[in-house]
Write a protein that binds this ligand. Structure first.
Ligand code: DUC
Ligand code: ZN
Ligand code: ZN
Length: 468
């Protein structure tokens, strides 16, 4: 018998960034080939009645098998990170091939390819981190890598081992613009942070709770404004990652109003934590240490407004998994180490979509279409993965998640599939979970069961692009 489809997903409510409709999805050779009703015979049928069928998420900011500038390695590799992503409805991840000073950027990418290929569980692309823009990097390596399929790079305005001067940023932006890449910014004002740190430590204020005081909202506002200015000078498109509060968001709005091409991202941790979460007995607050840091309830409200009104383009996890009780993690320098010695970052790859669904869609703050745009379609479009990823359309990869919008779980460490020994979201009740995830037509997560082998994920090379 010949079949029209390998798989038909039948009876679901299908949502894209544009609309929500009732239709069936016909899949052949891992690709969506038909949308409609009465599609015809299929080798297999997946009943999606009562389910939302959404594009698999695109998490365009996560740190996977990455060596930090201080030499610590994140706990998740491309297998555990990919599994965790899939269980949370995400089917494409974009982690960072991170250059440390003195490294060849091309070699960094080759090494990262070699790490990823045998382990990857979901499809992936690479952002580049540029910390050493030598003449060779600027004139040879960056153009080569952008055209090889990596047209996105991140620069830092803070951290001693990573930060670029404004002049170096201008050099990078010029190359990025000319070659068709987008530049991501970690925007915090370095000198003022160093000044705050010196004073806090001198006063004996060394515990985790002081971390947010060293990195106030104003430091993020200044650097965000400066990044926008540097984009304005060069005409290069930029994206400000992990925006934590209203003041930097207003800088982005102002820059856009004068024609600067600046996009914006926020992340789960900024919606639910405040600086009070770091104020715990002993070293415990280190579990909520990330940069820029958690702010206050007013900041959270400003972020929700930005998510709803279109100021934010994408919602990423910034999954940076440093275990709590581990020499590669938060206690790398012991549990009496000053906050400056604690690696920054929290895990959230698996909870990114359930958290935004529960807190955003279920609570009426976001439409379902906006949720899809923020978590899948926009990151795919901005980073050159569309039309293959991030949407449900004929010709797109059959990367899909079937969601039960009523399922409720209380988050525990055990519920999750990353390699962490804690979750800062412990005890949070979330409603709406992906129950089945497909990657290129293959079921890789179904009702509590992970299916698929390490190495099944593929590296996606992307076209260099100009964003209009
Ligand atoms: N920046 C990130 O993007 N992630 C983790 C820590 C940081 O400073
Ligand atoms: Zn950053
Ligand atoms: Zn990050």
């Amino acid at each position: 018998m010949t079949y029209s489809y390998d798989l038909v997903i039948r009876g679901g409510t299908v949502a894209t960034a544009a609309e929500t409709v009732f239709c069936d999805i016909g899949i052949r050779d891992g690709v969506i080939v038909a949308l409609g009703s009465d599609l015809g015979n299929a080798k297999e049928v997946l009943d999606a009645s009562g389910r939302l069928v959404l594009p698999g998420g695109v998490d365009a900011h996560c740190h996977v098998d990455q060596v930090s500038s201080t030499g610590l390695i994140t706990a998740d590799d491309f297998y555990s990170g990919g599994v965790s992503a899939a269980c949370g409805g995400t089917t494409t991840i974009v982690p960072f091939a991170a250059q440390h000073r003195g490294n060849s950027l091309v070699q960094v990418v080759r090494d990262y390819e070699a790490k990823a290929a045998p382990k990857a569980f979901v499809d992936y692309a690479f952002h580049l981190i540029v910390s050493d823009p030598t003449p060779t990097v600027l004139s040879e390596e960056l153009p080569q890598l952008i055209h090889e399929g990596h047209p996105s790079l991140k620069v830092y305005l803070t951290y001693d081992a990573l930060r670029l001067t404004d002049k170096q940023v201008l050099d990078v932006l010029l190359v990025a613009r000319r070659e068709g890449a987008i530049t991501l910014f970690h925007a915090e004002h370095h000198e003022s942070i160093a000044w705050h740190i010196e004073r806090l430590l001198a006063e004996g204020k060394t515990g985790p709770k002081w971390h947010p005081y060293a990195r106030p909202e104003a430091a993020e506002r200044e650097a965000t404004g400066r990044a926008c200015f540097l984009a304005e000078v060069t005409g290069a498109p930029i994206l400000i990652v992990h925006v934590s509060a209203g003041a930097p968001l207003d800088e982005i709005r102002r820059a856009r109003a004068r024609g600067v091409h600046v996009l914006a991202e926020t992340c789960p941790q900024y919606l639910v934590f405040t600086k009070e979460d770091l104020d715990k007995p002993g070293f415990e607050g280190a579990k909520w240490m990330f940069s820029p840091p958690a702010r206050d309830h007013a900041a959270q409200e400003a972020l929700w407004e930005g998510l709803a009104d279109g100021t934010f383009d994408i919602f990423s996890s910034d999954h940076a998994p440093y275990r709590y009780d581990d020499p590669q993690g938060k206690k790398a320098h012991g549990e009496h180490a000053p906050f400056t010695k604690v690696p920054n970052g929290v895990p959230s790859l698996e909870l990114r979509m359930p958290l935004l669904f529960s807190e955003g869609v279920k609570k009426g703050r976001l439409s379902l279409e906006r949720f899809v745009a923020l978590t899948a379609t926009n990151p795919a479009r901005i980073y050159g993965l569309l039309p293959r990823k991030g949407t449900i359309a004929v010709g797109a990869d059959a990367d899909l998640a079937l969601w039960d919008p009523e399922r409720t779980h209380t988050v525990t460490r055990e519920l999750l599939h990353d390699r962490m020994d804690y979750t800062p979201f412990e005890g949070t009740q979330l409603t709406g979970w992906p129950v089945t995830t497909l990657s290129r037509g293959e079921v890789i997560w179904h009702e509590g069961e992970v299916r698929g082998a390490p190495g099944r994920g593929r590296l996606i090379h992307r076209p260099a692009h100009r964003i209009s």
